[in-house]
Design a protein around this ligand. Structure first.
Ligand SMILES: Cc1ncc(COP(=O)(O)O)c(C=O)c1O
Length: 356
């Protein structure tokens, strides 16, 4: 939504002047309305609100475990399979779900019940499910990003996700999608999973959901909604202030046709990145969905994403690394055609300044 978007600014100003926090023992209308919007615009039946992406994933992990203990026979040691190169947050359970040792280093002992598979590799997933099957230990959930963000802007493969869905259905395994980075319109659809032709049992959101006001959400289908009231909770989760912000965002998505803008600007950006990749012999490819795009640097080149990010920043363009060899472009959903052109011109200048 960019900075100081009038709809967001008006909504949070009005809300803080009326009521910004109340115990969640009371019904919070803004929370109900935001949950209603999400349920009506996704495959979910229920929503739990918290304050960040990591917390939303924690809620998903707890829900998976309770489902395994109460709904799947004799499942004492449920395992969650997640992907190598994934990112799911910085709490103890979510760094454990994150399949990158650098985020876990020095924080052990880590919680049990996690194992890792290569992303987009169905044979490896089948083998891992078989490997985990021992006594009362079994895979209870597969937890994946619809597109790996931190892991290098790697979109999920449609055939892979369809096969994962089928394996999960056949084995009473829950499919959890972490949509913290790609949900709420970023990919040109409301939710990342819509690009994959499948529905998850559980998915999570945060980041853009309230336009930069802290919020997190864990969504699930009724078939796995096993939390009882009060069993999982958060003091600030779903407070009137952040939910009013979330409502302003989702209403703007509709009233300002933001998905259309994301698709048009995303296409413009990707085509321009492909042109730059052809002009400079530094890159493997440009890839992404909507307004989350990556530009991968050749492995054998002595050039890192951070070097380009720093030079671009000196030139007035903010982009982010996604690992050492991928540049990540995640402009606001309201970005204009002229701004994309300006960003590309600065990137072009930046690349021409690199002496390799
Ligand atoms: C896919 C994904 N999951 C979870 C998180 C963690 O979210 P938060 O920083 O809000 O805890 C992030 C943050 O970058 C993310 O990209």
């Amino acid at each position: 939504m960019g900075h100081a978007h009038p709809l967001l600014s008006d909504a949070v100003t009005a809300q803080i002047q009326r009521l910004h926090h109340v115990s969640n023992l009371f019904y919070i209308p803004e929370q109900g309305e935001l949950a209603k919007w999400i349920v009506e615009h996704s495959c979910a039946d229920k929503v739990f609100f918290c304050n960040s992406g990591a917390e939303a994933n924690e809620a998903a992990i707890k829900l998976v475990r309770k489902y395994a203990h109460t709904m799947v026979e004799f499942l004492d040691e449920p395992v969650i399979l997640s992907a190598q190169s994934s990112f799911h947050g910085r709490t103890l359970a979510t760094i454990t779900a994150t399949g990158q040792p650098k985020y876990q280093k020095n924080f052990d002992p880590l919680p049990d019940g996690f194992a890792y598979v290569p992303y987009n590799d169905i044979q490896a997933l089948k083998e891992a499910i078989a490997d985990c099957d021992e006594g009362n230990r079994r895979v209870a959930a597969v937890m994946l990003e619809a597109l790996q963000g931190e892991g290098g802007v790697r979109p999920g493969d449609v055939e892979y996700f369809k096969a994962v869905r089928q394996i999960c259905d056949e084995n009473n395994i829950l499919l959890v999608l972490d949509e913290v980075q790609v949900g709420v319109g970023r990919t040109g659809k409301y939710w990342g999973y819509e690009n994959l032709g499948i529905e998850p049992d559980i998915f999570t959101s945060a980041k853009g959901l309230a336009g930069g006001i802290p919020i997190g959400a864990m969504m699930c289908k009724d078939s796995c909604a096993v939390f009882n009231p009060g069993e999982h909770a958060s003091t600030f989760g779903g407070n009137p202030f952040s939910c009013a912000a979330g409502l302003a965002v989702v209403q703007a998505l509709e009233s300002e046709n933001l998905l259309e803008n994301v698709n048009a600007r995303g296409q413009q950006l990707r085509t321009a990145l492909e042109t730059l990749a052809a002009k400079y012999d530094y890159f493997v490819e440009a890839r992404g969905w909507g307004l989350i795009n990556g530009l991968e640097i050749k492995t054998d080149l002595d050039l890192t994403s951070i070097q380009i990010v720093k030079t671009a920043m000196d030139n007035g363009l903010l982009i982010a690394p996604a690992g050492p060899k991928v540049l990540r472009f995640v402009p606001p959903l309201i970005v204009s055609e002229a701004e994309v052109d300006e960003a590309i011109a600065i990137l072009d200048k930046t690349l021409s300044e690199l002496s390799l």
